[in-house]
Unconditional design. Structure first.
Ligand code: SD4
Length: 306
């Protein structure tokens, strides 16, 4: 039987990411090419304060980006806290394919990107800088992802009331190969040097062709604490459906930190090797996009604990 290709991405902008990924598949690309194309689209197109060039900066006004990419054979690459490079997911892929390493960070990641021919651009937009300056007036350092970000009320951002927008994308291609990618500017006003879950294999992303793939969005510290995307894949390995695996991982987050879980968001998206997609979130409001030959723009609401 030939496999039915499918792509799934986090949040409402996942529809656009899926379309780019789908085009890559249709052009003969692999699942890996597809997730890179989807993440590149998000990095290059979105102006949403948490992915790529329009991301909000850290506490010191510096925009630092995290990204990872992984395929179903366990090949993976990541960059963390990289500055002034527009496509961190592509650098992550270069780390995977052109170095013996898995992750490069900060100045070293940027140096590698420049050596690979990526261009250096200042990515901080005037809007992001203005938001940072507004935040600095109070400079309350408690980056709660469910709170409206300074200067941007949730109501101004329809369809995304939870207000955190890491792109996580998963793909299955016609040969049955799986891949995933993540790209984010992390949490606004984070401490300089803070790294979230998105570039950490097993936390923000995990892919295993034998089982399936998972990715996450929300407060990355919780994903790291729980090796969460790995956990979701392992739960699928034990026979859970993608949704049940995501739900159980969310329950694990709650059990570990019941108090904190009331005020922060955690969301998982998973796909098994048959292309079945599921999701679950801690709080209401997580949406995800699914694309296959039959449906190109499906946007689904994840169930949640609260
Ligand atoms: C992080 N998981 O860096 C990311 C945050 C996120 O939109 O989802 N932001 O913790």
């Amino acid at each position: 039987d030939s496999v039915r290709p499918r792509v799934a991405s986090t949040w409402d902008f996942g529809v656009g990411a899926n379309q780019s990924a789908w085009q890559a598949l249709q052009a003969g690309g692999s699942a890996l090419d597809a997730v890179e194309a989807g993440a590149r689209w998000a990095e290059g197109t979105l102006c949403n304060s948490t992915v790529g060039r329009c991301g909000y900066p850290d506490r010191d006004g510096v925009l630092t980006l995290d990204a990872s990419i992984m395929d179903g054979d366990g090949r993976c690459g990541a960059v963390a806290a990289i500055e002034d490079i527009a496509h961190p997911v592509a650098v992550a892929r270069a780390v995977m394919e052109k170095t013996p390493h898995v992750m490069l960070v900060g100045a070293g990641a940027q140096q590698f990107a420049l050596e690979q021919g990526f261009e250096r651009h200042s990515l901080l937009t005037p809007e992001a800088r203005a938001a940072w300056e507004a935040w600095r007036k109070t400079a309350r350092y408690s980056p709660q992802i469910n709170a409206e970000r300074a200067g941007m009320p949730a109501a101004a951002r329809p369809g995304n009331k939870q207000n955190h927008d890491t792109l996580g994308i998963l793909a299955l291609d016609g040969q049955g190969r799986m891949a995933g990618a993540c790209s984010t500017s992390g949490m606004a006003w984070k401490l300089h040097g803070r790294v979230g879950d998105s570039p950490i294999v097993g936390a923000g992303l995990y892919v295993d062709n034998e089982v399936g793939a998972a990715t996450a969005s929300g407060v990355g510290e919780e994903m790291i604490r729980n090796a969460a995307s790995f956990l979701v894949v392992e739960l699928m390995r034990q026979g859970r459906t993608p949704m049940d695996a995501c739900r159980e991982a969310i329950e694990r987050v709650v059990r570990k930190r019941p108090q904190a879980s009331r005020t922060l968001q955690v969301c998982f998206l998973a796909m098994n090797r048959d292309g079945e997609v599921g999701a679950f979130a801690l709080h209401d409001g997580f949406v995800y996009a699914v694309c296959d030959a039959g449906q190109r723009e499906a946007l689904l609401q994840a169930r949640s604990v609260y």
